[in-house]
Structure formats: C-alpha cells, structure tokens
Write a protein that binds this ligand. Structure first.
Ligand code: ZN
Length: 200
C-alpha cells in the first residue's frame, strides 16, 4: 500500500477512514440509495403478506415456515427476496389446502340412493343414520313423529267418512219404506261403530 492510498472501512452505511496520519477520525457517510427503497418494499411486501394470510387464515403456518427457513417469524425483519418467497409459499399453501378441502368434500358426498335432506339444516345426510351428520338432528324421532301424525290424520279421515255415511243412512232411513228403514238404522249404527273403532 502506497502513502497515497486511502483505506476506508464501511460499517453499515458509514465509511470510516482508517490509518491516515494527517486526518484522523473522519467519518464518511456512505449514501446507500437502495436502503430506503428496500425498506419501503419490505413494508409493502409485509403488508401484502399479512393481508393475504389474514384473509386466507394461514398466518400461523407461514410464520412457522419463516421460523424454520429464515430463523424468525417477524416478517418486518426479513429481506425483500425472503418476503417474496414467503408470499409464493403462502399462495401454494392456500391452493393445496383448498384442493385438499374440495377433494375431502367430494369424498364425503353421499350417493343419492343413500341420502336424504335433513329437515332441520336442509343439507344432505345419510338416510339410514339416527342423527343428521351436519347438525345432529334426530332423524329417527322426526320420522316417528311424522309417521304418528300421518296415522292420526288417516284415522281422522276414516272417522269423518264413517260419520258422514252414518248420517246419510240415518236420513235415508226416514224416507225408506218401513221394511228397509230398520236396516238403514242398523247400517248407520255399524258405520259409526266402525268409525269410532278405526279412530282409536
Ligand atoms: Zn341437519
């Protein structure tokens, strides 16, 4: 090294002039135009990454990747290229997750002949199971109540029909010749008894 050489040690963005007998302790500020732009870019990428993670609900997974690959999960401390890589990873994670989810939903689809619509939640469920697989509604109890309701309505219809028939027979007994009127009354009575028995 000749005496005209200047030895500068760059420490961060500050250059320190070394080993110069005439000028000592001279600090040279090294203007790094890239630093500020890089900081801005880091902030922009961190905000984009956080927004994506929070929208897709994958923040903890991406923080885990950052921790494993870059040794820390504070996004602001990462470099631009590391953040870009993390954004790519986040997109891949979400795509894979969505594909897996869709595949799972498809695998869970019930064949039409084995499915029924749950009366409570309106979603497909197994026909043969007691409870709805979505909302745990008691399908068996629902069917029992529905069946009982149908039976009651059927009994009521029979009773109404028999009463009507008995009334017609009783009225016609009044206008029939006396030989037939007794038969008509008996038949009216039988119709009433049948209706009451069926309604029990
Ligand atoms: Zn349900």
């Amino acid at each position: 090294m000749s005496s005209n050489d200047v030895d500068v040690d760059v420490q961060g963005d500050v250059g320190v002039l070394l080993n110069n007998p005439t000028i000592q302790n001279l600090n040279i500020h090294v203007q790094d135009s890239g630093t500020q732009a890089e900081e801005q870019e880091v902030k922009r990428l961190v905000s984009a990454l956080l927004k994506f993670c929070d929208t897709e609900g994958c923040r903890s997974q991406i923080e885990q990747v950052a921790e494993t690959v870059y040794g820390g999960k504070v996004f602001l401390k990462l470099k631009v290229n590391e953040l870009r890589a993390l954004i790519d990873v986040a997109r891949i994670v979400v795509t894979c997750r969505d594909q897996a989810l869709n595949a799972f939903v498809e695998s869970q689809a019930i064949p039409q002949e084995l499915a029924r619509i749950c009366p409570q939640c309106g979603i497909d469920t197994w026909k043969a199971t007691k409870l709805c697989r979505q909302c745990n509604y008691d399908l068996a109890e629902h069917d029992d109540l529905e069946h009982a309701d149908i039976v009651e309505k059927r009994k009521f219809k029979v009773l109404i029909g028999c009463c009507g028939l008995a009334a017609i027979l009783a009225m016609s007994a009044k206008i029939l010749p006396s030989g037939y009127s007794m038969t008509a009354y008996i038949m009216a009575g039988m119709a009433m008894l049948f209706g009451l028995a069926a309604a029990k």
